[in-house]
Design a protein around this ligand. Sequence first.
Ligand code: FMN
Length: 183
Amino acid sequence: MKVVGILGSARENGSTNCLIKEMMKEPAAGGAETKIYNLAKMDIGCCLGCEVCRKTGSCARKDDMRALYDELKTADALIISTPIYMGGMTGQLKTFIDRCFALKDAGRNSLIPAGKKLAVVITQGAPMPDHYIKTADRIEYIFQGFGYIHAGTVIAAGVHNTDELLKEEAVLKKAREIGKQLI
Ligand SMILES: Cc1cc2nc3c(=O)[nH]c(=O)nc-3n(C[C@H](O)[C@H](O)[C@H](O)COP(=O)(O)O)c2cc1C
């Protein structure tokens, strides 16, 4: 059993990573392997739109996405996370998602085995939890298109750093509960 977290914040010690780690507690306690990838620290270029992947089944770019393609195909559960930046997901998460184009074949069939679990983690400064729900829904929709089963979304609203997040016991509890659903 393996759970992979995709960190869409550059802040390694920020609230988004903290919430991923909270979500991974239960799977880790149950013996699952857990791994978090900080996109900002990786060499992941933009999708070139060349559509070579449609013909060959693999992306023409030879960068760190290669490791993530393998992880997505083999891990049992995926956590996609982002802080809200300028009203939406961060640039590095959008670039990662664009590159996931290569995970469908010419017939738009997913190259990821169906039935894996997905969780979505959103953090935001705005205090209204539903204010950016469309970002969470969009991520859910895209990965359901790859065959993932949505286990849950947790939104930490009104937080600007880890100290503020750690005061949000209901949010942390929800993250742990979704974590149980990933197993
Ligand atoms: C460049 C930048 C843009 C941001 N834009 C928004 C925004 O549009 N709406 C919002 O609610 N919060 C916004 N925030 C606040 C972050 O979403 C919030 O502090 C988040 O918890 C940061 O997560 P992190 O600690 O994991 O980096 C922004 C923060 C930064 C640095």
